[in-house]
Design a protein around this ligand. Structure first.
Ligand SMILES: NC(=O)c1ccc[n+]([C@@H]2O[C@H](COP(=O)([O-])OP(=O)(O)OC[C@H]3O[C@@H](n4cnc5c(N)ncnc54)[C@H](OP(=O)(O)O)[C@@H]3O)[C@@H](O)[C@H]2O)c1
Length: 244
C-alpha cells in the first residue's frame, strides 16, 4: 500500500516503542512494527489496527542479521518508502563483572548496538530517497542515561548505550548531507515493563513517562531541514544525571 510517510519502529510491542509507533501512526505514517515475540507483537498490532492506524507486524530478532534484512525488505515491499526509523529494541541484563555471562553480554551487544548499523545499512536507499525528497529523514536511536554515565552492575548495558550515542554522532557527520538526521534518546528510568525491577524503590509516577519520549520524538518530527538535535537527555528531577 502506498503511503505518504512511513516508519519502522523496533521494540514496538511494548513501552516506548509502542507509544511512539502509535504517535507516528496517528500522524499519518504507515508503520512496520518489529519485535521478537510474535504473540506480544500481534497484540500490539491488533490494538493499533483497532485504533484505525496503518501498521504491519514483522516478528524479528534485531540481533539476527538475516531477520533485520527481512524486516526492512518487508517494510519496503509494503510501503515503498521510509521517513522515520526508530532503533529502539533493547535489553538490559544486570550482573557484577566477576559474574559476567558471555552469552548475556553478546545478547546485549547484538540487540542494543550491532542492530543499529545493520538497520542503517539496509534502510539507507529508502532513507536517502526520503532525505532527497524533504531533507528530513529521521533516525531515532534509543540509548539511555546509562549511555551518558557508566552504571555499576549494568556495565555491558552502559557500554552498548555509550556505543549508541557515539554511533549516532558518527551517522550525523556521515549522513546529514543527504538530509538524514539522527537523534540519540538518553532517558533515565521510564515507566515501562523494562523498569519493573526497580518499581519497589521508585514509584512509577516518579519515573519518566512514555508520553515524554513521544513528545520528544514529535518535536524531532517538527524540526525544519536546517536543524538537527543530536541527543536528548531525560533526567528524573533530582537524579543529577544518575540512573536512580
Ligand atoms: N524503561 C527504561 O527505564 C529505559 C530507560 C532508558 C532506556 N531504555 C531503552 O528504551 C528502549 C525500549 O525499552 P522499554 O523501556 O520500552 O522496554 P520494554 O517495554 O521492555 O520493551 C522492549 C521492546 O523491545 C523488544 N525487543 C527486545 N529484544 C529484542 C530483540 N532482540 N529483537 C527485537 N525486539 C526486541 C521487546 O519485545 P520482545 O521481547 O518480544 O522482542 C519490546 O517490544 C530500550 O532500548 C531500552 O534500553 C529504557
Amino acid at each position: 500500500m502506498a503511503a505518504d510517510r512511513a516508519a519502522i519502529v523496533t521494540g514496538a510491542s511494548s513501552g516506548i516503542g509502542l507509544a511512539v509507533a502509535r504517535m507516528l501512526g496517528e500522524r499519518g505514517h504507515a508503520v512496520t512494527l518489529v519485535a521478537r515475540r510474535p504473540e506480544k507483537l500481534a497484540a500490539a498490532y491488533e490494538q493499533l489496527r483497532s485504533e484505525g492506524l496503518e501498521v504491519q507486524q514483522v516478528a524479528a530478532d534485531v540481533g539476527d542479521e538475516a531477520a533485520v534484512i527481512g524486516a526492512v525488505a518487508a517494510h519496503r515491499d509494503a510501503y515503498g518508502r521510509l521517513d522515520v526509523l526508530m532503533n529502539n529494541a533493547g535489553v538490559g541484563i544486570g550482573a557484577p563483572i566477576g559474574e559476567l555471562s558471555t552469552k548475556r553480554m553478546d545478547i546485549q551487544l547484538a540487540t542494543n548496538l550491532r542492530a543499529l548499523p545493520l538497520f542503517y545499512r539496509e534502510s539507507l536507499p529508502m532513507l536517502t530517497a526520503a532525505g532527497a525528497e524533504h531533507r528530513n529523514a529521521l533516525v531515532v536511536n534509543t540509548a539511555s542515561i546509562a549511555g551518558k554515565s557508566g552504571q555499576a552492575w549494568l556495565s555491558i548495558y552502559s557500554a552498548t548505550k555509550f556505543g549508541v550515542v557515539g554511533f549516532t554522532q558518527a551517522m550525523n557527520k556521515e549522513l546529514n548531507g543527504l538530509g538524514i538526521k539522527s537523534t540519540a534518546l538518553c532517558p533515565g528510568f521510564v515507566d515501562t515493563p523494562m523498569a519493573d525491577f526497580v518499581k519497589g524503590h521508585i514509584a512509577p509516577d516518579d519515573m519518566i513517562q512514555t508520553s515524554d519520549i513521544v513528545a520528544a520524538v514529535a518535536l524531532l518530527l517538527s524540526l525544519t531541514p536546517g536543524c538537527v538535535i543530536p541527543e536528548i537527555v531525560f533526567e528524573r528531577p533530582g537524579s543529577g544525571g544518575s540512573l536512580t
